[in-house]
Design a protein around this ligand. Structure first.
Ligand SMILES: Cc1ncc(COP(=O)(O)O)c(C=O)c1O
Length: 388
């Protein structure tokens, strides 16, 4: 049995959802981004928790995730960000999913399929206002909308775009994107799309109080308790939802000159007490933490010494009294008065908290606490299940 456990605290998720509601204007609805297995937190338990809180919409990346939601009895309207491929059209129509669209040919195929099945599918038009990723280029949006309006099996129920630097307070490019977006929305209105749902604000925009002109905000990382970047004010006292713990498997005292782990990147300069923890990069605990990261044992920081291996990591516990095999090790989360955050780990390895959550969450057994009905679930390798 593994001693490594990721704990997902659903009460923290509910807390963060409430904080987002407080930060957004009262009339603004919330589209909760639960793509990528809810950033590694587990899409279904997270969706159930948020649905019970009154989430207005869910955002997933591809249709298959939406199908999993529906199969699990989750009925909240669900937007598929990626757009859809021809093979996903039946699922979108049959499972009442809302595709983000930016491709006329696919949208026409959705329309034809829907009409053949006696349905009209709501779509949200994805506009690229400067992210440069997916979406109808904003200059081409008027022509796109005109042609879309001839398709009788789809109805434009929303228009959305995505900010690229909203986490940087006061960045001029956010204003540029907002202005482009507003122009597209005004054009859509003139062309006859009267009451679409308008949305552009991600967590960065919510924390920096911009982009609320729309009707829905689209938070992801805030729900899970992290700000999108260091530049973003940590408003609203978010609570991290994920924690990750293990247990010491061995403690030994080593003499000066002893080397630890592959590559001998750490050599003890004096007598040290070294604890071995059965966690490594196979568990989503990055090898880039070698000789950099710290863990919490008995409420104190223990620095990683030597290279993080596939399944084992060594830490220096010389300054912590009485560490012994079986002691709890916190790799992410709180112990005593101290907390290791995903932001801290991200900074040590040159990435963002999003990646830390996805890597750790998807690689380990997850246990759910703080749910309304005392939910508990255990999952490993969720990603391969999602992608089937
Ligand atoms: C289209 C879209 N909207 C919203 C979000 C949520 O962003 P964040 O997690 O920064 O709030 C994402 C995340 O990548 C996204 O792709």
């Amino acid at each position: 049995m593994t001693s490594n456990v990721v704990t997902i605290d659903l009460s923290a998720l509910r807390h963060n959802f409430k904080k987002i509601k407080e930060l957004a204007e009262p009339s603004v609805r919330i589209l909760c981004v639960i793509k990528s297995d809810a950033y590694g937190h587990g899409m279904l338990p997270v969706a159930r928790g948020l649905e019970s809180m009154g989430a207005d919409y869910f955002g997933v990346f591809e249709a298959e995730e939406g199908v999993r939601l529906r199969d699990a009895g989750i009925r909240t309207p669900t937007l598929v960000f990626k757009g859809i491929g021809a093979d996903e059209i039946p699922a979108v129509v049959e499972y009442d999913l809302t595709p983000g669209v930016f491709d006329l040919s696919i949208t026409e195929q959705v329309s034809d399929y829907a009409l053949r099945h006696g349905k009209v599918v709501p779509i949200h038009i994805k506009v690229d206002t400067g992210m440069g990723r997916i979406g109808v280029p904003w200059e081409e949006a008027p022509d796109f909308i005109k042609r879309l309006l001839h398709m009788k099996g789809v109805t434009p129920a929303g228009i959305f775009s995505h900010f690229s630097v909203a986490d940087e307070p006061g960045h001029h490019f956010t204003d540029v994107q907002m202005e482009r977006f507003q122009r597209v929305v005004a054009t859509a209105h003139d062309l006859g799309i009267k009451n679409p749902l308008i949305h552009i604000a991600n967590s960065g925009a919510i924390l920096n109080q911009t982009g609320f002109e729309g009707h829905i905000v689209r938070p992801g990382i805030m729900l899970y308790g992290s700000p999108p970047s260091r530049m973003c004010p940590h408003r609203g006292e978010l609570e991290p939802v994920m924690s990750f713990r293990s247990q010491v498997v061995q403690v030994k005292t080593v003499s000066p000159g002893t080397s630890i782990s592959y590559g001998r990147t750490y050599i003890a300069e004096s007598q040290r007490v070294i604890a071995t923890v059965p966690v490594g990069y196979d568990d989503g605990y990055s090898r880039l933490l070698s000789n950099k990261g710290t863990v919490l044992i008995r409420g104190k920081r223990a620095p990683i010494v030597g290279t993080v291996c596939m399944n084992l990591t060594m830490v220096d516990v010389t300054d912590i009294d009485c560490v012994s095999s079986g002691d709890e090790v916190i790799l992410l989360g709180k112990q005593g008065k101290d907390r290791i955050t995903a932001e801290e780990i991200a900074e040590q390895i040159g990435t963002i908290s999003y990646e830390v959550y996805c890597s750790i969450g998807k690689s380990n057994k997850r246990v759910y606490v703080g749910g309304d009905g005392g939910q508990r679930a255990e999952v490993r390798g969720q990603r391969s299940e999602v992608r089937g």
